[in-house]
Design a protein around this ligand. Sequence first.
Ligand SMILES: [Zn+2]
Length: 388
Amino acid sequence: MIFIQRRYYSDPWLQELHTKVLASRQEGDANLVVLEETIFYPTGGGQPHDLGSINGIPLLDVFEQDGTIYHVLEEALQGDEALCLLDWPRRFDHMQQHSGQHLLSAVFHDCYGYSTESFHLGEEYCTIDLATPSLLEKEQREAEAKANDVIFSDLTLTHYTLESSERDRVPLRKVPDLAGPLRIVEIDGFDYSPCAGTHVKSTGQIGLVKIMKCEKYKGMTRVYFVCGNRALHDYRRKQAICLDLGSLLSVPDDELYERVGLELKRKQDLEREVTELRTELMDFKAQDIVAQSKSPFFVDMPTATIEEAQQQARSILNLATGLVIVSLAQRIVLMHNQPDELHLGQIVREIAQRLGGRGGGSATSAQVYFPVLAEYNQFLDRLKTDLF
Ligand SMILES: [Zn+2]
């Protein structure tokens, strides 16, 4: 193990650093570099690794193995001097989310006794899994309010190391199984958590904690949340949606829900009315068709759906005995109510499929689709000339 100064702990605000290269080597496709000191946090404790550059070469990954921190670079590094530049917006975002997580977990623990079993800091949102099969909406609301109260109180965050014998000195929220010294992150008198991550200086820098939703997960409750800038971006996005919807429907956003409900109801009523009118129209059409022709009845409905074509065929067969052939765009629907042995599904399988059609059906009802227009026309011609 090489002793490396972890500057991300001693000065989490350091964004630029000149240091020495201790080792540089290629492993497979990866260009690995070990530095004397580093400002780049390696993946661990639920917090993703930092990004940035070393001598202008983009950093792809940072990980720790056997106490050594490896920087994975896009290209091999030349020389033994390193100028490190940290992707600060990414790091600060991770600090806001991670400190926010400690705070939210502490509130759920203190108010309801729900311990946090795991933490995930994702690209878009964070989650904690609480050891409770369910969470009341009231508890969710109260915990969010309490966490934000602590943010507004601007409590200081500090970190320090406790030896095994000193663990009793502070009321740890969770005692880990690990032996040896523990790095503790304390939210001034409010929460004491063993943690390897980087954190903001005071709760005020978390900005805001917003719970997005909660769901049941493997006997626990998964809480989705965002903090700080993520909460601001989320608010901005949702505000834009509300404004757009409001201007579309010409209502203020607090009336949106009611208005959308009314519009949906209106849509359902109209759909019902359209269905009734369509049925009526089809019955009229059927009367015309039956009066003017005889079986097989040919109907052309180029823009209809299969259901509409079937409905039209049924309305004709309600008035007459025979066979109905409805042609749609490259699709044909067949239906009959004759007492003979005519098997439409069989015709589709034996004749239409040989011509390139795809479909099938029962003795009295079948349908077939032709991907090629010429084959569709060919089958339609056969129906009109020699099949029946
Ligand atoms: Zn932590």
